[in-house]
Design a protein around this ligand. Structure first.
Ligand code: 6PG
Length: 269
């Protein structure tokens, strides 16, 4: 797997131990979507072989669109175990599912409407409602019921969580200097984002860090300085929330294209 340049490494810097991550640098968006599709299908098959089901949380924004389209077509649409797959979201905008800004809407159009996944395996965040605190609690309860765990206990472990990176260092809807980045117990919360003058519903660091695999997908030169700061800069999760993502025992993979990797220090292994 991985026909791009591969670099994996353990970063230790200034006495601060950083959790190991794998960094894969590929040529461009197309190569990235293909690499990600290969990984998704492999992780899905292994999860079903191990536990009889595959649980994934999708990311929103524009970067994963190509991946979702690829997964909806051959060979991936036949390779993924849709009947045994549960699809969740990492975050959602406060809009109805049919809105062009809806993360659910994007995944539905590019992937879910085109593959044989049972409707009751698609777990949408109801972020169009007035009471987003209630929507967040209900989403926690839905996660808990699928994983058959109490909603107030330790968060369960998703097989795979896809994440993106904003130019400001945010991931999911964990934006710099917002309340949700300080959450240490809840799995899902409403997060008010002043710079967007809007609320979001988002998974929190405690549940994101419980995942078996966290796969960041990052493309484009506009992400280069944020990526460099997150991976090479000092630890400052308040300013760079993507630094909060340090899986407790799972794998952390950064899959980025050359443009996004443009400012990273030399990675040759
Ligand atoms: C969202 C996302 C968010 C996204 C980044 C990157 O709802 O916007 O979940 O965290 O991943 O903003 O977005 P792009 O892929 O559009 O650059």
């Amino acid at each position: 797997m991985g026909n791009g340049r591969t670099a994996g490494r353990v970063t230790e810097r200034g006495g601060q131990e950083r959790r190991a991550y794998r960094l894969f640098v590929v040529a461009d968006q197309t190569a990235l979507a293909k690499e990600a599709a290969e990984r998704c299908s492999q992780i899905a098959q292994e999860a079903v072989a191990r536990a009889g089901r595959f649980t994934i949380a999708l990311s929103g924004g524009s970067t994963p669109k190509l991946l979702y389209s690829l997964l909806a077509g051959e060979p991936y649409s036949s390779r993924l175990p849709w009947q045994e797959t549960h699809v969740f979201w990492g975050d959602e905008r406060a809009v109805p599912p049919g809105d062009p800004d809806s993360n659910f809407g994007m995944a539905k159009a590019t992937l879910l409407d085109r593959v044989p996944i049972p409707a009751d395996r698609v777990h949408r965040m109801q972020a169009e409602r007035d009471d987003l605190d209630l929507s967040a609690r209900e989403y926690e309860a839905e996660i808990a019921s699928v994983f058959a765990v109490p909603p107030t206990g330790d968060p369960p472990s998703f097989d795979l969580i896809l994440l993106g990176l904003g130019p400001d260092g945010h991931t999911a809807s964990l934006f710099p200097h917002t309340e949700a980045i300080r959450e240490s117990a809840r799995w899902v919360v409403r997060n008010h984002v002043p710079k967007l003058n809007s609320d979001r519903v988002t998974l929190t660091a405690p549940i994101l860090n419980q995942a078996a695999t966290v796969l960041f997908l990052v493309t484009g030169a506009d992400k280069a300085s944020a990526l460099q700061a997150v991976l090479d800069g000092p630890s400052d999760p308040e300013r760079l929330p993507a630094q909060l993502i340090r899986p407790t025992s799972g794998l952390l993979i950064w899959l980025v294209d050359r443009a996004a990797a443009g400012m990273l220090t030399a990675r040759a292994e």
